[in-house]
Design a binder for this molecule. Structure first.
Ligand code: UTP
Length: 301
């Protein structure tokens, strides 16, 4: 049975939904309070037992590699200034994981981006984490998915129920229950961004995957699909037909940071969970709610 210790983070897309921000800064570097989204994602992978991460980047995404690199100059400045906490945090970040990168010269699609990882991953099962989907640090999802692949020997994808009218924004999965299992299901079909009335279900494919290495053969055989891109969903549908794919249905803990409203919710919720920020941020939110007429009584700031 496979063991999963490697992860791939595709981060070479254009991020057109987050322009103009994403013109010069990768959207994976969007700040969630004071950490970029990709740091949360790497921390999630490490917490699930991953010790080797490959970022698939484009030529414009040096900031991602720099973020996880050692910066001797910055460390010297912090040391000279007696900023011990900041120094410890910066050093811990550089020690977090072995981060490798590979360039996807042209953004030919998510399937193509994952295919770029073949040489690095070799004949091992591996996780894929997308920067658009941020999981709350307490979420057990990735750990559960890795355990599922390690015990069944099959690839495992993450599925979340969404309102039927929203399914056209996602890959949609047809599934069958597995006897004796609560959240683990068999995936019997997958369609990328179907119109709501043609979707096989309201189960959306979310950006966490644990693949067996045979996914690479399916990616190589996948022709360009929707939008002219090599779609990971098409390669997964072919893998599901051939070797079988399981899904884990989960309900909570996901932020769609590619969606502007959900991005703002993520920033607020993560700030409210921090002892150093909670009171001040709560005061700001309360004040806004009062100004907007959503709260009555009390003093307004
Ligand atoms: P998206 O389609 O959400 O990202 O791909 P995008 O293309 O950057 O964004 P929009 O749609 O233009 O706003 C999901 C993930 O796959 C990566 C993206 O960086 C993102 O993390 N991706 C996509 C690649 O690495 N390469 C590609 O060719 C396409």
């Amino acid at each position: 049975m496979p063991t999963v210790t490697k992860a791939v983070i595709p981060a070479a897309g254009w991020g057109t939904r987050f322009l103009p921000f994403s013109k010069s800064v990768p959207k994976e570097m969007l700040p969630l309070v004071d950490r970029p989204a990709i740091q949360y994602i790497v921390e999630e992978a490490v917490a699930a037992g991953i010790d080797d991460v490959l970022a698939v980047v484009s030529p414009h995404k040096k900031a991602i590699e720099d973020h996880f690199d050692r910066s001797k100059e910055l460390e010297a400045v912090l040391e000279a200034g007696g900023k011990d906490d900041e120094l410890a945090e910066i050093r811990a970040l550089a020690d977090l994981v072995e981060l490798h990168s590979v360039r996807q010269g042209e953004a030919l699609g998510l399937g193509h981006a994952v295919g770029m990882a073949r040489r690095h991953v070799g004949d091992n099962a591996f996780a894929v984490l997308l920067g658009d989907d941020m999981m709350h640090p307490d979420s057990p999802l990735l750990r559960d998915m890795i355990r599922a692949t390690e015990t069944t020997g099959r690839s495992t994808i993450a599925l979340m129920r969404v309102p039927k009218q929203d399914i056209s924004l996602y890959g949609s999965a047809a599934v069958e229950p597995i006897e004796g299992e609560e959240s683990l299901v068999t995936v019997t079909g997958l369609v990328e961004k179907p119109p709501a009335d043609e979707a096989p279900s309201d189960l959306a494919v979310i950006g966490r995957y644990v693949f067996t290495p045979d996914i690479f053969d399916h990616i190589e055989r996948t022709p360009p699909g929707r939008g002219g891109e090599i779609q990971l969903t098409d390669a997964m549908a072919s893998l599901a037909d051939d070797a079988g794919v399981n899904g884990i249905v989960f309900e909570t803990g996901r932020y769609d940071v590619g969606n502007k409203t959900d991005y703002v919710r993520a920033v607020l919720e993560l700030a409210l969970e921090r002892d150093d920020l909670r009171d001040d941020v709560l005061a700001v939110v309360t004040d806004i709610a009062r100004r907007e007429g959503l709260l009555s009584g009390g003093d307004s700031a």
